[in-house]
Design a protein around this ligand. Sequence first.
Ligand code: NAD
Ligand code: UD1
Length: 363
Amino acid sequence: MAVLITGGAGYIGSHTCIELLNAGYEIVVVDNYINSKQESLKRVGIITGKDFKIYNVDLLDAVGLENVFVENNIEAVIHFAGLKAVGESVILPLWYYHNNITSTVILCNIMKRFDVKNLVFSSSATVYGIPDRFPVSEGFPLRAMNPYGRTKLMIEEILRDLYESDHSWSIALLRYFNPIGAHGSGLIGEDPNGIPNNLMPFITQVAVGKLNELSVYGNNYPTIDGTGVRDYIHVVDLAAGHVRALEKVSKFTGVDAFNLGTGKGYSVLELVSAFEKAIGINIPFKIVNPRPGDAPICFADPSKAKRELGWVAEKDIEEMCEDSWRWQANNPNGYNNHSELLAEIESPRLLKNSGDFLFNRVH
Ligand code: NAD
Ligand code: UD1
């Protein structure tokens, strides 16, 4: 029995693959690499010393996806695959609706045909729009502010309808807050295309000298220093939350949403100074206009995930900064160039220690 990981080559997916393999799950990854590199999965194999199947399949390709179910005994799906850039979704909404929503409908249809009804879905805190109270709990009103956010909200609704139609489905909607950090090995991490949209990859690229200075979007919000406040969560904690959610969906039927966050909010300038303190590198910044659509403050009430999934985020802001930096410093060009560190890890001596890794690319 295997767990299908859609979008498993991506930032959160690759970290979750590690947690699942370490927990003893068999996994099968499907990705079309539209926003990732196969190299991340190779490194998952190096880190865990475990072998797993990888399919280069677009989820919009129903025949290709069905073949994955034919060739493997899939028992559950963690569905990460999707496009996630807010600005791009405003310019190309149809692409976002097709890629994110149509693919989910195709996936669920195939799951239904193969009687696989356990699903963990990557939703986002973006479904809360601009919340007016804090911390944000799952019962708050939902109001996405852009096409990307609406794909998440619509998929949540589609999955609720699916459960209403057939109560044997078991679906966890995981609403992530702001994932940052990287695996402690420094081998995998977030590898954005072009200039990063999100705060932490921007900071690390300034620190590594690829960008000159950070633009801080507004300093007039009603927060400790006027800059926006977010709930940053270590991606390894987030990945562990998926293992807990998988355990939950395998035991109960239903459809339920869970916030995955720490419950603590940090302002932009607090994150910058935590990073400077952890790393010892100064991050030059300038204050610019607020980014349209930004919430002033957003942090989670994660108590439902603690109560019902037995999950809490454990890593603090310092570890998030250190691990983000280790990844960036060791891989200044992301997965594009093999770093010296990887060359060392790929040496026969270290590979021996990581087990007989067979990179099994199907398709
Ligand atoms: P990512 O872009 O790194 O990973 C997504 C993966 O899905 C990529 O590997 C991409 O190639 C793949 N993919 C996209 N469309 C596909 C398709 N049609 N067929 C096959 N593969 C496809 O993003 P991430 O940060 O790892 O996010 C994972 C999920 O979590 C996404 O659904 C995202 O919307 C959601 N999410 C992310 C964040 C965040 O801050 N990173 C926050 C909230 C929610
Ligand atoms: C953004 C997206 C959200 C998405 C999430 C994860 C928007 C409006 N929201 O959330 O839908 O789910 O990323 O992909 O794009 N900041 C700066 N300078 C920067 C970058 C960010 O000051 O260069 C500030 C922002 O104003 C915000 C904070 O840093 O206050 C965090 O920003 P970011 O990392 O982009 O995450 P979100 O805005 O929470």
